[in-house]
Design a protein around this ligand. Structure first.
Ligand code: ARG
Length: 468
């Protein structure tokens, strides 16, 4: 064969005219898919090893290919590798370089495979690793929340419904609510991982290959738990990417809700918490401002992850079997979601570690909101008053409180008895925020005793999940 220009198309045989320069750049993916280089090389090394064991490559050919690929990996990591748009994508860039380095043996690497099963394999290898890292990020944030819960197990703040003070809750209990959401996210990732961990390699372009390949060898070498069972499905399936992106979108939903809460708590009207100066910024015009930019930005970043999910669903909608070039568009949304999630989880954990509560402000908000009104109603019911009547009685007491600008716990026993004669001195133990919280002493309740137990259990649950 005559020597080829190293940038020449690896598929150029049937063409007489060169690719239009604009089309070349338009169809290339190397700018963004080069981040798959390590997975691409790992896949090629496994493929070459299998081809050798199947008698398709000699020992020396296999050795030459593997050494060449390992050297290329180092070149890329040192920044010495020349990526070429003319060579379109990560696969052909690496393969062309291999042939330049080791000669014609390099051309044998692509025996029995196609870029179609190659890219599907690379994406799965890549996502498999990223999922683990994202789970580590989730665990870090969860651990920070559990640490806060442990410290603030008896700090009291108003719990809200409709953003109206509803009932007192402990700050630890509140933090553990976020813990639960994030734990479900992590479980969802574990579940998604089961479907990521299937190997498409061996499906070749779409129909399989005529060579006596042994897919169980490559699967084992690459650590895949399963082998894709249908070659047409294997090269076209992007469900695992969509599924991951859905989980990513839900993680961002949770982080955006949490961010919103922090923003509310940081406002002057609430003033419940303080975040480290390094997580806030000032205003260029208003010197008094300390803006919660980090939670605001995380709240905003949920938008792009939702956008990526929509893009991926739309990308796959109506696509006929099997591989279509459309699929090249799966990469940027996926990479963007991964980057966004990882950065958001990282900064969130750091930011939460800097959080300080302002318990006096929380407590005075509890008292302003009549948040022990339900406790008074429950107290009356225990003393034999039907709940509907109790509700009415407490409503009147609250009205008096509003008119005279006092919490129920600030009223005298005489005054309280004017609403119902069953009220006794013991009422004050339920009217105080502490009494209200302590009384909700059951699994899942807000009492400090339960928070302590939930903290210990949360640590167990994190450990169990990481063992799966
Ligand atoms: N860059 C392509 C992608 O990301 C790789 C597979 C190309 N296959 C093909 N027959 N053009 O999907």
């Amino acid at each position: 064969m005559p020597e080829k220009n190293p940038n020449e198309k690896l598929w150029g045989g049937r063409f007489t005219e060169p690719t239009d320069i604009f089309v070349e750049a338009f169809t290339a993916s190397v700018e963004f898919d080069q981040r798959l280089y390590a997975q691409d090389i790992a896949g090629s090394i496994a493929h070459a090893t299998m081809l050798n064991q199947a008698g398709i490559l000699t020992n020396s050919e296999k050795e030459l290919i593997i050494t060449g690929l390992q050297e290329i990996k180092l070149e890329i990591e040192k920044g010495d590798f020349q990526w070429s748009v003319a060579l379109e994508d990560v696969h052909m860039n690496i393969e062309a370089r291999l042939t330049v380095k080791i000669g014609d043996t390099g051309k044998k690497l692509h025996t029995g495979r196609s870029r179609n099963d190659q890219i599907a394999t690379d994406m799965r290898l890549y996502l498999r690793e990223e999922i683990k890292q994202i789970q580590t990020g989730l665990t870090r944030l969860q651990t920070t929340l559990v640490d806060i819960a442990e410290q603030e197990f008896e700090t009291i703040l108003p719990g809200y419904t409709h953003l109206q003070a509803a009932q007192p809750v402990t700050f630890g209990h509140h933090m553990l609510a976020w813990f639960e959401m994030l734990l479900r996210d992590s479980e969802r990732l574990t579940d998604c991982q089961k479907r990521v961990n299937h190997m498409p390699l061996g499906s070749a372009a779409l129909a399989g290959t005529t060579y006596p390949i042994q897919r169980d060898i490559t699967a084992k070498l690459l650590g895949f738990e399963h082998i894709c069972q249908n070659s047409l499905d294997a090269v076209s399936d992007r469900d695992f990417i969509i599924e991951f992106n859905f989980v990513a979108a839900l993680i961002m939903t949770h982080l955006s809700r949490f961010s919103e809460e922090l923003i509310i708590w940081l406002s002057q009207q609430f003033d419940f918490i303080e975040l480290g100066d390094n997580f806030c910024t000032g205003s260029s015009i208003m010197p008094q401002k300390k803006n919660p930019d980090v939670p605001e930005l995380i709240r905003g970043k949920s938008a792009r992850v939702y956008g990526n999910l929509t893009a991926l669903l739309t990308l796959m909608k109506s696509q006929p079997l099997a591989y279509n070039k459309d699929n090249q568009e799966d990469k940027e949304p996926l990479f963007d979601s991964i980057d966004t999630i990882k950065a958001s989880l990282h900064v969130f954990a750091e930011m939460m570690a800097s959080l300080k509560t302002k318990p006096e402000n929380m407590l005075s908000a509890v008292k302003k909101g009549f948040s022990t009104a339900t406790d008074l109603a429950d107290y009356l019911v225990i003393k034999g008053i039907p709940f509907r009547d109790a509700h009415e009685i407490v409503g009147q007491a609250v009205k008096r409180g509003i008119d005279t600008n006092r919490d129920l716990s600030a009223m005298s026993i005489k005054e309280l008895q004017s609403f119902s004669s069953v009220i006794d001195e013991d009422v004050f133990s339920v009217l105080t925020p502490e009494g209200s919280c302590a009384a909700r002493n059951h699994l899942g309740g807000t009492s400090p005793i339960q928070v302590k137990a939930a903290v210990a259990e949360a640590r167990n649950r994190i450990r169990k999940l990481s063992e799966i």
